[in-house]
Design a protein around this ligand. Structure first.
Ligand SMILES: [Zn+2]
Ligand SMILES: [Zn+2]
Length: 280
C-alpha cells in the first residue's frame, strides 16, 4: 500500500517564526486521528545538505542566512521537501504534506524575504532531475502573495510550469510562467473555478511528472492576506488538485504548507488535507 508522508519535526514548535508565528505549536498532536490511518506515515525531516543550498542560491545568500536564528528551521523545512520529493518519485510514497517554516516561495537565487529565506523547490527539483531523471514539473502557488522567489528560480526553464495565484496577471516563458489575479474579494467558488481554468487545464496539457503545491492559507478571512476565502476552501482545493494529479502524474502531489498566521485555520485544514491525501 503506497503511503501518504507527513513531514514534520517538533523543532517547528515553540518558536515565533517570521510572518507565520508559532502556528504549528499543537502539531503533530492535532493530527493524531490522521496519523493513525494505516497508510499515513509521519516522517521526521533532516536538515538539507548545505552543498545543495549553494547550488541553487548565491554563496552570499546562504552565508547571510546562516547567521539568522531561523536558519536551522528553514533547513529542516527544505530537507523535508527534498526528502518528500525523492520518496514520491521513487514510489515509496504516493503523495506528501510537507510542513515548512522560514523557507518557501519568496526565496530566489540571490534574494529572499517575507518569512521565507531558503528555497524549498529549487533544491527539490534539482535533486529530482539529477537522481530520478525528472524533466517536467508543475508548481501551483495559491498563497495570497506573488511567488517571486520560485519564479526567479525557474524563469527560463520551460520544463517548469509555474502558475501563481496573486494580484498580477501575466504569462511569460512560452506560457509556462503564469500569474492569475484573483482579486482581493473573491469567493471559494470563484477561486476554485480559476484554479480549474488556469491551473488544472494547463497541467493536463503540460503533463508534469509531479505537482508541487505551495498552499498558503493567508488568503483565509481574517488572516494577513485575506481574500475572503473560508476554511473549507483549502480542503476543496487540495481535493481538486489531488484529483488532477491522479489523472496527469500518477497521483504524485506534494503540498507545502506556506503562508498564513491563523493557528486555528492551520489546525483545521492540515489534518483534513492529510486525510484527503490519504484517501485511495
Ligand atoms: Zn503569503
Ligand atoms: Zn504571482
Amino acid at each position: 500500500m503506497t503511503k501518504t508522508g507527513i513531514f514534520f519535526t517538533k523543532k517547528f514548535c515553540g518558536k515565533d517564526w517570521p510572518i507565520i508565528g508559532d502556528k504549528f505549536r499543537n502539531f503533530p498532536e492535532v493530527m493524531e486521528d490522521v496519523l493513525k490511518l494505516p497508510n499515513v506515515i509521519l516522517i521526521e525531516p533532516k536538515p538539507v545538505d548545505e552543498e545543495l543550498l549553494y547550488r541553487v542560491h548565491t554563496r552570499d545568500l546562504v552565508d547571510r542566512t546562516r547567521k539568522m536564528w531561523y536558519y536551522e528551521g528553514a533547513r529542516y523545512a527544505v530537507g523535508g521537501c527534498v526528502k518528500a520529493s525523492e520518496m514520491v518519485l521513487s514510489g515509496d510514497l504516493k503523495n506528501a504534506l510537507v510542513f515548512t517554516v522560514a523557507a518557501g516561495h519568496h526565496a530566489g537565487r540571490s534574494h529572499a524575504w517575507g518569512g521565507t529565506y531558503l528555497s524549498c523547490l529549487g533544491p527539490a527539483v534539482l535533486v529530482l532531475r539529477e537522481k530520478y531523471g525528472v524533466r517536467r514539473v508543475a508548481i501551483l502557488d495559491t498563497d495570497s502573495h506573488h511567488g517571486d522567489g520560485d519564479r526567479d528560480m525557474f524563469l527560463g526553464d520551460k520544463d517548469v510550469l509555474h502558475v501563481c495565484f496573486c494580484s498580477y496577471s501575466s504569462a511569460e516563458d512560452d506560457n509556462t510562467k503564469i500569474d492569475v489575479d484573483v482579486g482581493w474579494r473573491t469567493s471559494d467558488e470563484e477561486y476554485l473555478s480559476l484554479v480549474e481554468e488556469e491551473f488544472i487545464k494547463r497541467a493536463e496539457k503540460f503533463r508534469p511528472e509531479v505537482i508541487f503545491h505551495f498552499l498558503g492559507h493567508d488568503t483565509c478571512r481574517g488572516d494577513y492576506g485575506d481574500r475572503g476565502l473560508s476554511q473549507d476552501f483549502f480542503i476543496k482545493l487540495a481535493e481538486v488538485v489531488k484529483e488532477c494529479a491522479e489523472r496527469v502524474c500518477n497521483g504524485r502531489y506534494i503540498v507545502l504548507t506556506g503562508g498564513g498566521h491563523r493557528r486555528d485555520v492551520a489546525e483545521y485544514i492540515f489534518p483534513r488535507i492529510a486525510k484527503i491525501l490519504a484517501r485511495r
